[in-house]
Design a protein around this ligand. Structure first.
Ligand code: NAP
Length: 291
């Protein structure tokens, strides 16, 4: 039987930049955009309550309410536990992390309400919290799964002992893992972090898979452009093929909202590259050969 929580799309659509997309600022325009993406087979959307200081989740929910038939077709990843300075009511206006049960339960309910979906398919702790009490945090996360509000819990930006401390206290298995990984940020492949993700059975997602656009700059950018031209693919598609070549095939979480760029990435999503090409691009990105 297929896993209903698996990331069964060539990539996830990141919603971090949605509040800046003027052309998607009405519910109807965003609903049209969502419907076009769903028809392309792109049904996974990556959210966080801090994106646009909640505005991205709110806009997404307004679009689904404008076109209710879409709600059952979307799958969402939601991230919580960062409190932005403007939303901190302590009087210090301090950016901080909160993994207390009350905060997490309220955040889950608030994201469900803003997004207008019945379940957060994946809930990720956005950042490791040095003040986390694992038993308390785990209790709230397990309870959210038991209540059907969350499909599975995962983490983002955690180091191995941080997620293992949480896992030891949880009844449910941590499922997904979102880490920064790209040609512009390949360190996790060399410092053991990525191996730990796979060893612990987490499904990897790569955030900022194009380095926020920086892979197109300098020497790496030139190499991507010339090789892409030779292969007859887009340079962004080539950069994502580099990621997919990695064992465990981390699923990219892309940031562009431009339909033409997204379509190019769908077209190039079956591109595979060989070992030498992979290391050549790595060398171009790091400016030196492997040891
Ligand atoms: N877990 C975390 O801590 C964390 C942190 C950061 C981000 N994220 C997630 O990762 C997602 C992606 O992050 P990101 O936006 O930095 O990712 P990205 O896909 O690496 O970078 C997107 C940027 O690349 C630019 N770009 C230039 N040429 C492009 C091309 N040909 N195709 C596609 N993009 C091109 C885009 O410009 P245009 O917009 O003009 O197309 C956009 O500014 C976010 O939306 C968010 O969901 C998670």
């Amino acid at each position: 039987m297929s896993d209903p929580l698996a990331f069964d799309a060539p990539f996830l659509l990141g919603m971090m930049r949605l509040h800046n997309a003027y052309e998607l600022s009405t519910p109807t325009a965003l609903a049209d955009w969502l419907e076009a993406r769903l028809d392309e087979g792109l049904h996974w959307f990556d959210h966080a309550d801090i994106y646009g200081s909640r505005e991205c989740e709110t806009r997404f929910g307004e679009a689904l309410r404008a076109r209710p038939a879409l709600a059952s077709r979307v799958r969402v990843v939601a991230k919580v536990n960062i409190v932005l300075p403007g939303l901190d009511d302590s009087g210090f206006a301090v950016k901080h992390y909160d993994t207390t049960p009350g905060y997490l339960s309220a955040s889950i309910d608030a994201s469900l309400a803003r997004l207008g979906v019945e379940r957060l398919d994946h809930l990720l702790l956005h950042r490791p919290d040095p003040l986390m009490e694992p038993a308390e945090t785990a209790g709230a996360l397990d309870a959210a799964i038991d209540a059907g509000k969350v499909g599975a819990v995962g983490v983002s930006n955690f180091m191995p002992e941080q997620w293992r401390r949480l896992q030891r206290a949880m009844r449910h298995e941590l499922y997904a893992h979102q880490l920064e990984l790209s040609l512009a940020h390949a360190e996790p492949l060399f410092d053991g972090l990525y191996d730990a993700v796979l060893n612990d059975g987490h499904r990897p997602m790569a955030w900022a898979p194009l380095g926020g656009g920086s892979v197109f700059e300098d020497v790496l950018g030139s190499s991507l452009s010339s090789l892409a031209e030779t292969l007859g693919v887009s340079r962004a598609g080539l950069a994502l093929a580099w990621l997919r070549r990695i064992p465990g095939s981390p699923v990219p979480v892309i940031g562009t909202l431009k339909a033409s760029r997204i379509q190019a990435l769908v077209t190039d999503s079956n591109l595979t590259i060989d070992r030498a090409t992979w290391f050549m691009l790595l060398e171009e990105s790091r400016g030196h050969r492997v040891g």
